[in-house]
Design a protein around this ligand. Sequence first.
Ligand SMILES: Nc1ncnc2c1ncn2[C@@H]1O[C@H](COP(=O)(O)OP(=O)(O)OP(=O)(O)O)[C@@H](O)[C@H]1O
Length: 775
Amino acid sequence: MYNRYIPPTKEKQSRIRPQTTSAASDHPYGRSTRGQTPAEPSQRPPTQQPQRIVFDDADLPPIDDSNRKQSLDEEIASRAGDKKPKKSKSKKSKDDTEDGAIVAEREPKREKKKMRKREDKPDVEMVDGDDDRIRRRHKSVFDKVQKSLQTKDDVEDASEEEAAEPEVEHDLEPLPQPEPVIFDESKLTYETLPPWLASPVRVGPDITRPFTELGIAPESSKVLETKGLKDAFAVQTAVLPLLLPSPDRQGDVVVAAPTGSGKTLSYVLPMVHDVSKSRVTRLRALIVLPTRDLVQQVQLAFEACTAAFAVNGGKRVKIGTAMGNRVFKEEQSVIMGEEQRYDPEGYKRYLRKQDQIVSWGDSEDEEDDLELELKRTQPLPFHVIDHVFKVDILICTPGRLVEHIAKTRGFSLDYVRWLIVDEADKLLTQDFQQWLDIVMEKLSVEKPGARDFPTSNKSGVRKVILSATMTRDLSLLNGLKLSRPKLIVVEGTKPGEQNLPSLLKEFAIKIREPSLKPLYLVDLLHSKHMAAVNSDTADEATVESKISDSESSTSESSASESDSDSESDSSSSSDDDESDDELKPKTKQPTPTTTNKPTLPTTVLIFTKSNEAALRLSRLLALLSPDLAPLIGTLTSSTKTSRRARTLRAFAQGKLRVLVASDLVSRGIDLLNLEHVVNYDLPISETSYVHRVGRTARAGKRGCAWTLVEHAEARRFWREFAGEGKGAVTTIGREGLVERVRVGEGEFAEERVKAYEGALERLREEAAGGREGRR
Ligand SMILES: Nc1ncnc2c1ncn2[C@@H]1O[C@H](COP(=O)(O)OP(=O)(O)OP(=O)(O)O)[C@@H](O)[C@H]1O
């Protein structure tokens, strides 16, 4: 800081003492002036020794120059004519009592003002040469003080300047302003879309109707009822009448309905109904799905319904799958068969061809052809071999379908009259081996009468396209070459968006310490939040029995690897009691005595961002929470299909309660009685969020979705997924709001953190051991 300056009076001037000091103190503030190098005192002549002016308040008497000032003011006033003389406002005595810092800041400004006033009146103020010299020196001191204060003020004002630009005075004429940006707040309308997309058929989410009212025969309805399917759900009430035989001219159907709303049965029932009317087994229908797990799940739905239409003379429809879980040849033999047909002309042609192969068989390729031919079944004399389908309906993944079209003898789509694309947005966006182009080309082949629908006026291929997050992208839908399409939308609170099930409750958990995230998860799993939310689920959760069951047998960790991918995968219709059972409502158990283990969760599906993350988290959970270990299963795309199926089955039976999964199972998977979904890692998109959380709150049941949100993810989560906060934009439609919930609040106890670090170390060792083992 600097000494406070009091302007010198005549009286005071006599007290200013010149001092000979060091060079550093030549400057009034004990520093050399910037840019000047002060000379060594010894080099200077004594007369040129600078004077150190010491202003010491203690030495100075109070200034009372009011009289002099008054006379000066009067003179100024008399010169100015009409201006009144101002009263002197010297506050010296008051300032002396004020806080030093404040005084120090105010004083220079005030003194500068006074100086300026005096400079304006040189004839009055400048009494003699000494005065003049001292005054000039003071002025330079003022200037420097002023400058330093100015710099300080500048720094302090900088932040304010950022906020508000300084006002610059201009002429009265207004400055030219930039054109105001007009934001187009109008929402995307469907006006540019074709009428069928612009005006969908809207259905309320709570409508139900008996199947018999929708065109299903009473005998079939009865069978469905025994499978737990009493009334049709909303989407089924709208879709069934469009797909079941009708005298009206019918077209294709596009369905956008929330997860778990029953889209599968809306196409399964009319297809089975139609195909059961045809006598000969031929490939009549294709259902394309993005994953093997979904293929297996839809197969179960079909098999549960085939019996319902094998009444009143209808045939039992044969279902097959093609998804690449078995060796190709085996899959071929399950889908296709061979039949000997009497055809002497055909037999002659066959013999001529054999001769050609034998005589050409010189090159390596031709030898291979010959070998292949000899391996094939040989026709009986005067017979030829026909390749025939063993299934009426094929449920498949796109890649495997393309492979069969290319390589399987006799695999023709000539008689296909149903094409179902489930999870359509995924299948249309991702071009799996250009499956759609290849299939559409095959379906364009017309064989007279081959694609006629026995009991309706519709001819050709009937297409049904479904998703909970249906695309409205025409360029994608165009590839399907839809004919007279209708869009069915099961309404939510915000029509047109990706609606969540109405009975889903969503929660967000703030993760304050990301490095301890697994501990938050453990706390959540053991909290009261993970209790059953559906009364019937609570009834089924006979905790003790299930724990002992799982401990003895089906723990994921103890699951046998011997379960190979060649495990039989029924390709034709059969009385698979186990499959049928899975669709049956579980018989109610007595109310459980959950109090013994109150902290164990009911049923939870935890989503991670990758396969590896799922495997790691699953193991970590088991280490951190040994009581949970036997109840944890893992589902990743690197897990064998058969093992995944077993895990899903164990979960459905209540032997497993916690599934840790990658996004593989986020779409379509129908886990019976799943109550809670946890987004351990944030999903990559809103669509992914909708599918993940849609694994619960299905088929009119309640469910909860929990998302762990780290600080860095909060903005994205609340804006994009929850649709809350400034600038929120979300396509997700929901009934309520996402609630904030606290879990793992406060410090985690030191022992827990230590145990966690120990578990991580163990995990590292296991991973290293695994790598060593593989080497
Ligand atoms: N009419 C019905 N009565 C009773 N249960 C039904 C009925 N229709 C469907 N379900 C059951 O509802 C559940 C969800 O059905 P489904 O899997 O078809 O949903 P989804 O709409 O395809 O969901 P996602 O979009 O997630 O694939 C299934 O367990 C199914 O058995």
